[in-house]
Design a binder for this molecule. Structure first.
Ligand code: CA2
Length: 151
């Protein structure tokens, strides 16, 4: 069974515990459960990870780029958190590892502060899901699976 990486960046471990008016009340453990259920429907094994550290995220992007190259994974759904707006390193990692990525944001970043409108990730993403709440994880998995089938 092919795998899919669901990757979460800084502070997403706090999901559901604070700022419910922006991010809702669903916890990251609940999101993992939703992703595993959707992965089961799509015939994909979900690898679910979160880190607050940029270098760790870079290493995981490299790891899954190699998995895709070996034909064992279809790519990643990635919520880079605030690194979205700052990280040339993650941009370069995704490009360098040729990792198919769906960039995902729970909130509609374009309806928020100006500094959230720019993404270093979008130019190297295959697709983008923004503003659907945690349902976006499911939509992003469906989209990535569809793109992988199209080849
Ligand atoms: O909307 C999203 O998914 C974001 O990627 C979330 C990031 C934010 O910096 C991006 O601009 C948009 C923040 C993730 C931190 O999540 C928290 C959850 C609960 C409490 C505090 C932070």
């Amino acid at each position: 069974m092919a795998s899919v990486l669901v990757l979460n960046g800084p502070n997403l471990n706090l999901l559901g515990t604070r700022k419910p008016e922006v991010y809702g009340r669903t916890t990251l453990a609940d999101v993992e459960e939703m992703c595993r259920e959707e992965g089961g429907k799509l015939g994909l094994e979900v690898e679910f990870r979160q880190s607050n550290h940029e270098g760790q995220l870079v290493d995981w992007v490299h790891e899954f780029g190699a998995e895709v190259k070996a034909g064992r994974s279809i790519g990643a759904v990635f919520n880079p958190g605030a690194f979205t707006h700052t990280s040339a390193a993650l941009h370069d990692a995704i490009e360098g590892a040729s990792l198919p990525v769906i960039e995902l944001h729970i909130s509609n970043v374009h309806a928020r502060e100006e500094w959230r409108h720019h993404s270093f990730i979008s130019p190297v993403a295959r697709g983008i899901v923004v503003g659907f709440g945690v349902l976006g994880y499911v939509l992003a998995l469906q989209g990535l699976a569809q793109l992988a089938q199209e080849g």
